[in-house]
Ligand binder design. Structure first.
Ligand SMILES: NC(=O)c1ccc[n+]([C@@H]2O[C@H](COP(=O)([O-])OP(=O)(O)OC[C@H]3O[C@@H](n4cnc5c(N)ncnc54)[C@H](OP(=O)(O)O)[C@@H]3O)[C@@H](O)[C@H]2O)c1
Length: 428
């Protein structure tokens, strides 16, 4: 007599069967795409433009891309550091009968290498670009133990002052920390705004403040200055809040003064989080306590066309925080990434608060309560709801979600350009 299944058992079996089918489908798709895909679907690279550019091309994956592209008939521009290895690679590619061009460039150097590359590539029709260059640790290492972290000089530090200090760059956050009794170090560009904020905090909360004027888009000397200024202070809380964005949503190639703008976004959004952590966290580790709050952005969690560089820079903040939390939470350090949606501020340009765009004060009041409860948060319930809903739509119907977001970004862009046009006309 066949076994009779209850309704619940049948649901369970159906669920497991669909799960198995789903996994098998994904595996089949992978095998099909990697090994069985119809050859006519493959890209004819030379038809996109005769030249292919490969960065970091003298070893490993980059070198193999150069070979594959040459074997498909592309002429190759090879960009790497070592002239010897570049010449060897160019010799190897000769067997495909293609032309090669060598550009010696070290991507860890300054702006001048991009000028040089731009000049060298000016007359070539480039159809393919493989951005392969990349460096990593020489072996897996905890952040504070990375060899040759030149900006970190342990021996200079001393820890005599007992007061808990907070380093911060934002008004509402520093107010909230001051209201909880923290002395505050304020770091920003504008001395006038720094002095106003310090005065306000001192008068209202009776805490000590220290001002450091620094522009994070400048070079190495900024971090040397900050390190010197806070060397004798026992810092309990670090809020990495500094951030810059586009003045309005824009397509990558249309960003005004593109190279400078994107350089500044990367410099102000990625480097300070890393360097400030590097300066402050050794003391926290030594004392076995501390709080580091890194302000990312919800834009790195959702589709963000027309804010591409900003969202990508904030994805760095998110990933950096995740790793630091995994490495150092066991030393008593609370590490948290806060990923806000829209908040009324100079950056967002939003002046009137709403359900989805709170004032900075409302936002920080909500977010600061979550320190120590979770290592990754939107900080504010409506922002979390927005992200979850948009991502649910994205996973159900990707093209619709992308259309929706792109349309809304294009609308903001149009409005901003119209306003800018009007301003320019009235100024003329
Ligand atoms: N507002 C939003 O809708 C929103 C949404 C998601 C994420 N976020 C993130 O939240 C953080 C704060 O944003 P916000 O809206 O409060 O921005 P904001 O009003 O523009 O404030 C930015 C702060 O950073 C300082 N700053 C900017 N560039 C600097 C530089 N190069 N060097 C040193 N200090 C600099 C500014 O002071 P000075 O002008 O005196 O230098 C200011 O104190 C940012 O990381 C942002 O990406 C904001």
């Amino acid at each position: 007599m066949p076994k009779e299944y209850t309704f619940l058992e049948m649901c369970g079996i159906a669920f497991i069967a669909s799960l198995i089918l789903f996994v098998l489908n994904r595996i089949f798709q992978l095998i099909y795409l990697c090994y069985l895909g119809p050859p006519m679907k493959q890209v004819d690279f030379p038809s996109k433009g005769q030249w292919a550019v490969v960065t970091g091309c003298t070893d490993g994956i980059g070198k193999q891309y150069a070979h594959e592209l040459a074997s498909r008939g592309c002429d190759i521009v090879l960009i790497s550091r070592s002239m010897e290895k570049l010449e060897m690679t160019a010799d190897e590619l000769a067997k495909y009968g293609v032309t090669t061009k060598i550009i010696q460039a070290d991507f860890t150097e300054g702006d001048e290498i991009y000028n040089k590359i731009e000049k060298e590539l000016a007359d070539l029709e480039i159809g393919t670009l493989v951005n392969n260059v990349g460096v990593s640790y020489t072996y897996p290492e905890f952040f504070l133990e990375i060899p040759d972290r030149t900006w970190y000089r342990w021996s200079k530090w001393s820890y005599d002052i007992a007061s808990e200090m907070a380093v911060t760059q934002i008004n509402p956050i520093s107010k909230k920390l001051a209201s909880r009794g923290c002395d505050i170090i304020l770091i920003s560009r504008s001395m006038e705004k720094l002095e106003m904020t310090a005065e306000e905090l001192g008068a209202k909360y009776g805490v000590t403040t220290k001002i450091i004027q620094a522009d994070f888009t400048e070079g190495e000397e900024v971090y040397d200055k900050i390190e010197k200024e806070i060397a004798d202070l026992e810092i309990g809380t670090l809020v990495n809040n500094v951030g810059v964005s586009y003045t309005y949503p824009e397509f990558f190639l249309e960003i005004p003064d593109r190279n400078k703008t994107v350089d500044n976004i990367i410099k102000a959004n990625c480097l300070p989080v890393t360097r400030m952590t590097s300066i402050v966290m050794p003391g926290m580790k030594k004392r076995g306590k501390g709080v580091i709050v890194n302000i990312g952005s919800a834009s790195s969690m959702i589709p963000s066309p027309l804010l591409t560089v900003y969202a990508a820079s904030k994805a760095y903040v998110d990933k950096f925080t995740e790793g630091i939390n995994m490495e150092y939470s066991k030393h008593g350090i609370i590490v948290q990434c806060v990923l806000p949606g829209f908040v009324c501020s100079n950056m967002s340009g939003i002046r009137r608060s709403s359900f989805f765009a709170p004032t900075a004060k409302q936002f920080v009041r909500s977010a600061i309560r979550l320190v120590g409860t979770t290592s990754r948060t939107n900080g504010y319930l409506p922002h979390a709801l927005f992200v979850k809903t948009l991502n649910a739509i994205y996973s159900l119907t990707g093209p619709f979600a992308i259309w929706l977001v792109t349309r809304s970004m294009e609308n903001s862009r149009r409005k901003a350009l119209k306003k800018k046009g009007k301003l320019e006309v009235s100024n003329a």
